[in-house]
Design a protein around this ligand. Structure first.
Ligand code: AMP
Length: 285
């Protein structure tokens, strides 16, 4: 199979137009590269849902705040391309920042409310960067369906909201979290962890597993469950907890009392040493 690498937005647009004119559907997987099995599961989903699979690789500068890891973010295009060949990708869209954000770029997309809490509270400019780049990618690539990971559950909810609000007419598909065998959610940033931090990082998935157990026991008080989760997080010295929260799965509104039959996310963000990690679980009480 021939995998094409397209760098220019104009060429990408022309390619997508030709695919649409031929009556075929396009599935898009937006990524920042340094791919792992989590990303590849989204690619395989795109293969299932659409005729043509396009993966974008773009470390988007506008979603990083000053002092965050934009410059050190891991990159390995040769390896990414090899993995995508093996997973039946048709096109990699691999633009340069200057081709996406022109010199006079002045426009940003802002989704209100849901972007100010949790991840948005710690990273106030993050979601505006995400919604802006995803809109730009949607406009260039014109996919029929876009696949995002539940790993970034709040991001997925923000993108769903934006896609509806701006009438993009694109189907947003959310794919479950892929984990390492020991439970750690796969992330390009896991490469930052030292050997001992890699061990300590298990407190995120372990605390979530503990919460799931308590939920199976029908403990409906989020405060009690969060206290149990905190104990696990604080059992390692390298941890610095940012938040643990229970939210309604659609609105992302915080909840304290879990109600029978309702769907919630349990969300955690925690630093292990210098590396900020997130994890979550979608549960029905
Ligand atoms: P990133 O390259 O980190 O921007 O991620 C690109 C896409 O892959 C996003 O939709 C993420 O939610 C998704 N993703 C990242 N890690 C995982 C994972 N462990 N399981 C499933 N999806 C993931």
């Amino acid at each position: 199979m021939n995998l094409r690498v397209i760098k220019s937005p104009a060429e990408m647009r022309a390619y997508s137009d030709s695919i649409r004119a031929a009556g075929k559907t396009i599935g898009l997987v937006p990524t920042m590269g340094y791919l792992h099995e989590g990303h590849l599961s989204l690619v395989r989903k795109a293969n299932e849902l659409a005729d043509i699979t396009i993966v974008s690789i773009f470390v988007n500068p506008t979603q990083f705040a000053p002092g965050e890891d934009l410059d050190s973010y891991p990159r390995d295009f040769v390896r990414d391309r090899e993995l995508l060949v093996r997973n039946n990708t048709d096109v990699i869209f691999y633009p340069e920042p200057k081709d996406i954000y022109g010199k006079n770029h002045k426009t940003a997309i802002n989704t209100k409310g849901i972007t100010n809490i949790l991840e948005g509270s710690t990273r106030p400019t993050h979601f505006q960067g995400v919604t802006t780049i995803v809109s730009i990618l949607f406009n260039i690539i014109k996919p029929h369906v876009a696949i995002f990971g539940q790993k970034d559950a709040q991001q997925a909810a923000v993108i769903k909201r934006m896609t509806q609000d701006l009438h993009f007419g694109i189907d947003i598909n959310i794919h479950p979290i892929v984990r390492e065998i020991d439970g750690l959610a796969m992330s390009s940033r896991n490469i930052y962890l030292s050997k001992s931090e890699r061990e300590d990082a298990l407190v995120l998935s372990k605390s979530i597993q503990r919460a799931e157990e308590l939920i199976r026991e029908k403990i409906n008080d989020a405060v009690t469950i969060i206290a149990e989760m905190r104990k696990i997080v604080h059992s390692v010295k390298s941890s610095d907890l940012d938040y643990i929260s229970f939210v309604e799965s659609d609105s992302f509104e915080k909840v304290n009392n879990l109600v029978e039959g309702r769907e919630y996310y349990i969300l955690i963000a925690c630093r292990i040493g210098k590396t900020r990690l997130i994890d979550n679980s979608l549960i029905t009480f």
